[in-house]
Design a protein around this ligand. Structure first.
Ligand SMILES: Cc1ncc(COP(=O)(O)O)c(C=O)c1O
Length: 402
């Protein structure tokens, strides 16, 4: 009889970083100590009231299964968003489907793409969102992390990968604005990347989770010239051929707990994955779709959220800069990617555990990557008061250990 009760992919999974951080936080709370949680990227800002009202009003007396395709008003609102935000028109070349948050969609897409044309590699950024790797492993694919460094401007240059990897890559994950570093890329980069995907027949999977969280000043000069638009782009603005974008309402609209997002892109692929997804059993409940309809169609509440994040980044930056932990405010997303103080000799886990002992939760690069040490991430999710208090604690902590 087999002693393996679960398969090796499952037994070999590393603890999910956010679960680990949750345990550290729970211990601090149990000891009755103040906690400043900069660990998980789950912003503590109330969800816009009209979204919540739409959800409450849509709770049905009789509950029925949601469809995989999504209700028509939601689909219309998603098209409105693509048009308003990215100037993407509704054409037969582009398809879209709602997702129950992008996490499941990011995981499940591997099941649909790995093995296409005999290609088994899934290329993705490292450090990065851990689900890319999990998706490759559970789909029977070969994970191919590409380390982002200052030398490659914190972006994957797939044209520099070994030729056999370029030929055997089923799909490539790109995530800009990037979690955890906040790195952004230019129009020229997207063009070059898309050309490479077309040349090598690779599906471009763009994780656009943070596309709407950017420096507030970028809104001031609206332009349809993609080369001049300072707001993050989605590659779908350039081509839909072999391009799929994953867009989330989690950070844009503060709906992390509601589980809602969308997949948009090459209609040939979307049409096939609609059918596949009917088997996975996903699709947000209809009352969540009602709230999502309101969220996609409105930009004002997103502008308000951007202001809050920009303010928090500016509030914390002088301290982080003075302590030598970072030298710039990220242009997008709400993370600081900081260097571990020299006194900790690059040992990021030792650093974040010692800092957690002072009440500040953060994420070490080792847990957000495949072996990268020396950095930690601060998710600027606590409010202003907590941010100011945490910066004081951090200053005392770093000085004590220097
Ligand atoms: C880079 C990135 N992609 C995707 C997600 C998933 O977001 P959701 O499933 O809430 O849409 C996250 C969440 O933190 C993320 O950081």
């Amino acid at each position: 009889m087999s002693q393996e009760l679960v398969n090796q992919t499952t037994s070999g999974m590393r603890p999910y970083p956010m679960e680990e951080l949750g345990r550290i936080k729970a211990n601090l709370i149990k000891e009755g100590r103040p906690v400043y949680d900069f660990g998980t990227g789950d912003p503590l800002i109330p969800t816009w009231a009209p979204i919540r009202e739409a959800i409450l009003n849509a709770i049905p007396v009789i509950s029925q299964y949601p469809s995989v395709r999504g209700v028509e008003p939601l689909r219309d609102a998603q098209w409105t968003y693509l048009n308003n935000r990215f100037n993407i028109q509704k054409t037969p070349d582009i398809g879209l489907i709602p997702a129950q948050g992008t996490k499941e969609a990011i995981f499940n897409i591997g099941l649909c793409l790995i093995g296409r044309g005999g290609k088994k590699h899934l290329v993705y950024p490292d450090p990065g969102y851990p689900v890319y790797r999990a998706s490759a492993l559970y789909s029977g694919g070969i994970p191919y992390p590409v380390r982002l460094t200052a030398e490659n401007n914190m972006r994957i240059e797939p044209w520099k990968l070994p030729v056999e990897i370029q030929q055997n890559t089923a799909a490539i994950w790109i995530n800009h604005p990037h979690n955890p570093t906040g790195a952004t890329v230019s129009y020229d980069y997207w063009k070059e990347l898309i050309a490479w995907c077309h040349k090598t027949d690779t599906i471009l999977l763009s994780d656009d989770c943070y596309a709407d969280i950017y420096d507030t000043t970028f809104d001031l000069s609206p332009t349809t010239d993609l080369a001049k638009d300072k707001r993050p782009l989605t590659p779908l603005q350039i081509s839909s051929d072999r391009v799929i974008a994953f867009m989330s309402l989690s950070k844009r609209s503060g709906m992390t707990g509601y589980r809602t997002g969308m997949i948009a892109g090459d209609a040939r692929i979307i049409n096939s994955i609609v059918q596949a997804r009917a088997n996975f059993g996903v699709g947000s409940p209809n009352f969540i779709q009602a709230g999502s309809t309101v969220a996609w169609a409105d930009e004002s509440h997103v502008a308000e959220r951007r202001k809050i994040f920009s303010h928090r980044l500016k509030l914390a930056f002088p301290t982080l800069q003075k302590l030598g932990l970072t030298d710039k405010i990220p242009e997008a997303a709400f993370y600081f990617w900081c260097k571990i103080p020299d006194s900790f000799k690059g040992n990021d886990v030792k650093f974040i555990l010692a800092l957690a002992d002072e009440g500040i939760i953060s994420s070490p690069s080792s847990w957000l990557s495949e072996g990268m040490t020396g950095f930690f991430r601060l998710a600027m999710v606590p409010d202003d008061e907590a941010t100011v208090a945490a910066m004081e604690i951090l200053t005392r902590f770093v000085k004590k250990h220097s």
